[in-house]
Ligand binder design. Structure first.
Ligand code: ADP
Ligand code: MG
Length: 255
C-alpha cells in the first residue's frame, strides 16, 4: 500500500436544520486501502459518505478527492469514483445484463456485461431481474455496478447489513479482491467483526465526531495496553463458527 492520501477531509460539518449531524471531522484515506467508517446508527456515516460521493451538500469543511476539490470539480470527481445506486434505480422491467448496459450508457462506456457479472459471480443470473435475487446477490450486483466506470475509489454504504454469515464472508472476499486489484474502498459498517477482518484502517464515529482512527490491530493493542481484559473467558469458537462449519465450510455460494 502506498501512503499517498487519495482522499482528504478537513473539518467537515453537516447541519440538517439546527441539528449538526457531522461535527467537524478530519481524516485521510490512503490509495489502495479499505477504509472503514464505523459507528452506531445515526452516527453520521452515510452523511459523510454521501458528501464525499458528491450526492449531498456539506455545510462547511474541505474535501479533496484524487487531488480535486469537491467544491470546484464535482463532475470530474464523479467520473473517478464508483457509487452504489439506490435500489430504486434498478428498473424492474430490466434484467441484470440490461441494467449493466444502461448504467454503462450513463457513463458513456461500452462494456461487456458478462465480465462484470463474472467479477461478482452472477453470470448465471444474467437474465434475472434484480428483485428476484437473494440479499447477497443483490449486494454483489450493486458492487458490480460501482465498477462500471473503472473507478479509482468505490464507496459502499453498509454492504453486508442484513446478510447471512456466508453471504457476508462472500462479500468480504469480493471487496478485498477489489482492493487487491488497486481500487481504494471506503465502506461504512456497524459490524465490528467485519471491520476487523476487512478494513486496513478505521475511523470510529460517534454522534458526528471521530473518536478513534487507526488500524484495527492498533486500536486493539491500545485498548489492551490500558490493562483491559475481556470479562469472560473467551471460547475458542462462537456460534457463528458453528453455523459456518455446519452449513458451508468452503463457502462457495449463498444462493
Ligand atoms: P448513519 O449512516 O451513521 O446511521 P446518518 O448519516 O444517516 O447516520 O445520519 C446522521 C444523523 O443525521 C441522524 O441523526 C439522522 O437522523 C440525521 N439525518 C440524516 N439525514 C437527514 C436528513 N435528510 N434530514 C434530517 N436529518 C437527517
Ligand atoms: Mg447509514
Amino acid at each position: 500500500m502506498t501512503r499517498a492520501p487519495i482522499i482528504s477531509v478537513q473539518d467537515l460539518r453537516k447541519k440538517y436544520g439546527h441539528f449538526e449531524a457531522v461535527k467537524g471531522i478530519s481524516f485521510e484515506v490512503y490509495a489502495g486501502e479499505i477504509f472503514g467508517l464505523l459507528g452506531p446508527n445515526g452516527a453520521g456515516k452515510s452523511t459523510t459518505l454521501e458528501i464525499m460521493e458528491t450526492l449531498r451538500e456539506k455545510t462547511s469543511g474541505k474535501v479533496q478527492i484524487a487531488g480535486l476539490d469537491l467544491d470546484q470539480d464535482p463532475s470530474l470527481i464523479k467520473r473517478l469514483i464508483g457509487v452504489q445506486l439506490q435500489a430504486s434505480g434498478y428498473y424492474p422491467g430490466l434484467n441484470l445484463t440490461q441494467l449493466l448496459q444502461l448504467f454503462a450508457g450513463l457513463y458513456n462506456r461500452t462494456i461487456n456485461p458478462v465480465d462484470f457479472l463474472d467479477m461478482v459471480d452472477l453470470r448465471d443470473k444474467a437474465k434475472a431481474k434484480y428483485k428476484d435475487l437473494s440479499g447477497g446477490q443483490k449486494q454483489r450486483f450493486s458492487i458490480a455496478t460501482t465498477l462500471i466506470n473503472d473507478p479509482q475509489i468505490i464507496f459502499l454504504d453498509e454492504p453486508t447489513t442484513g446478510l447471512d454469515p456466508q453471504a457476508r464472508r462472500n462479500l468480504w472476499r469480493l471487496i478485498a479482491g477489489i482492493r487487491d486489484k488497486g481500487t481504494t474502498v471506503i465502506l461504512t459498517t456497524h459490524y465490528m467483526d467485519e471491520a476487523e477482518v476487512l478494513c486496513d484502517r478505521v475511523a470510529i464515529i460517534d454522534s458526528g465526531r471521530i473518536i478513534a482512527l487507526a488500524s484495527p490491530d492498533q486500536l486493539i493493542d491500545q485498548l489492551v495496553a490500558t490493562g483491559f481484559e475481556r470479562p469472560k473467558e473467551v471460547k475458542r469458537a462462537n456460534l457463528e463458527d458453528v453455523f459456518i462449519h455446519l452449513t458451508g465450510k468452503a463457502l462457495p455460494k449463498e444462493d
